[in-house]
Ligand binder design. Structure first.
Ligand code: UDX
Length: 434
């Protein structure tokens, strides 16, 4: 059985490499020829721990190939994983034009039975559109099946999430498609849940929105903690001890960002409202998330009063640690607010400075990129921690304090122990803790 993976973004590239690692023959495809050449030469265009090594290993084994000839890839494969982008429109709904384009291409190249698998996150009922599109544009009376197999990988741990999944959701409507997909994931057979296609599509949106709500919930509790003597870290620990709640995704801070949660919450809200379902719960979760940066900036102002011409260091630009991705990163809004108030910024991130320079270029005056966390702290009136990279947790804070103009530390991710940093002489504030 030959597997095609259409799209070589985060999900597509990890899927192609991961399926090859499972021992399958995989053809990765993308219409971006430059990107395909880069990947085929063993280079990964994103920072994702472990991915490049696995790519090189599987290219060498001959199980993995890449091509920009989409028609050929469609013709040569039995199962096609569709991993192209579904970016948001202004109203929150997903732009499905790339999925439509791939469906038409598959229709035009249908030369035998195939299973077309939705892997990108798509609105519930997308499969019926794919089926209809293929039926409209195919030139033969050959048939194919559509299936849904949503991907749950997280950036920063994508390779291990793919190779060791908690669950594999397979939405199908024929035994033939089911058998082929179960065969692909045979090594994780005990983790497979078979559903109909609408259910599989909805599981993905419902999971991401639930996790986003969990984060907004603990952030709401953090705001409450700040008005009392309670400590949100301990509240979260205490809640998490109940196995019905669980301790994960209860970290208060600057809120969720990235390419999935913000987009998926908006998309599910729109899907529900279009179908006449009240989605106020998700709307409120989104509102709480949008407030996080404003509350953080308020803390900065409480420490510095006037921001104009103040020097401020920022540690962490990516939307979460272990990635260079800045899509919907809280740092973008933090920087925008601080610049609007006339602050001068010293920025540092272990991986995400290159993409951030595209958005906020270095000007040597208001925006300076630094080679280390210590350099970002040099001469600043306050240091803000925005993303919780491991190296920040191990910072020599004595040295940091020495190079700062004022020892003010504002921790947006509750990385430091308040008593310890205050004992070192820092004026310290964090989220949901006195
Ligand atoms: C998420 C889902 O976890 C994954 O299953 C899906 O396939 C894609 O979307 P990802 O966006 O890579 O993955 O990162 P994740 O680790 O889930 O974090 C998302 C955001 O939530 C980050 O901005 C993170 O900082 C924030 N977060 C996470 C919190 O603020 N608090 C938490 O407790 C957990």
């Amino acid at each position: 059985m030959k597997i095609a993976v259409f799209g070589t973004g985060y999900v597509g590239l990890v899927t192609a490499v991961g399926l090859a690692e499972f021992g399958h023959q995989v053809l990765g495809a993308d219409k971006d020829g430059d990107k395909i050449r880069m990947i085929a030469s063993g280079k990964v265009p994103i920072y994702e721990p472990g991915l490049e090594e696995l790519l090189v290993k599987n290219l060498k084994s001959g199980r993995l190939e890449f091509s920009a000839d989409l028609g050929r890839v469609a013709r040569e494969s039995d199962v096609i994983f569709v991993c192209v982008g579904t970016p948001p429109h202004d109203d929150g709904s997903a732009d499905m034009s790339q999925i439509e384009e791939v469906s038409r291409l598959i229709a035009a190249n249908l030369n035998g039975y195939k299973v077309v698998v939705e892997k990108s996150t798509v609105p519930v009922r997308t499969s019926s559109w794919i089926k209809r599109t293929i039926a409209l544009y195919k030139k033969t009376d050959l048939t194919c099946d559509v299936a849904s197999n949503p991907e749950f990988l997280r950036e920063g741990s994508a390779v291990s999430d793919f190779l060791h999944p908690d669950r594999i959701i397979i939405g199908v409507e024929s035994e033939r498609a089911r058998d082929m997909l179960v065969g692909i994931y045979r090594r994780h057979e005990d983790r497979i849940l078979i559903t109909n296609i609408d259910t599989a599509e909805l599981i993905k949106h419902a999971s991401n929105s639930f996790l986003a709500l969990k984060i907004s919930y603990i952030n709401m509790i953090a705001d409450l903690c700040e008005k009392t003597e309670a400590d949100v870290e301990l509240v979260a620990r205490g809640m998490g001890l109940d196995p019905r709640i669980g301790g994960l995704f209860l970290k208060a801070g600057l809120g969720y960002g990235g390419s999935c949660f913000p987009k998926d919450v908006k998309a599910l809200t729109k899907i529900g409202e279009d179908l006449g379902v009240s989605m106020g719960l998700l709307r409120e979760g989104e509102r709480i998330n949008a407030e996080r940066v404003r509350l953080f900036i308020h803390k900065v102002k409480q420490a510095l009063w006037i921001l104009k011409d103040k020097n401020i260091g920022i540690l962490g630009l990516s939307f979460k640690p272990e990635t260079d991705d800045i899509r919907e990163a809280p740092s973008l809004k933090v920087i925008r607010h601080l610049l609007a108030e006339g602050a001068r910024l010293r920025l540092y991130d272990p991986q995400a400075m290159t993409p951030m320079k595209q958005v906020y270029p270095e000007d040597g005056e208001r925006i300076v990129y630094c080679d280390s966390a210590l350099e970002a702290a040099r001469g600043v009136n306050a240091l803000l921690l925005v993303t919780e990279w491991e190296e920040f947790k191990r910072l020599d804070l004595e040295k940091v304090k020495e190079v700062m103009a004022n020892p003010i530390l504002i921790d947006g991710r509750n990385v430091f122990d308040p008593a310890a940093v205050r004992a070192m002489g820092f004026e310290y504030s964090s989220i949901g803790r006195k």
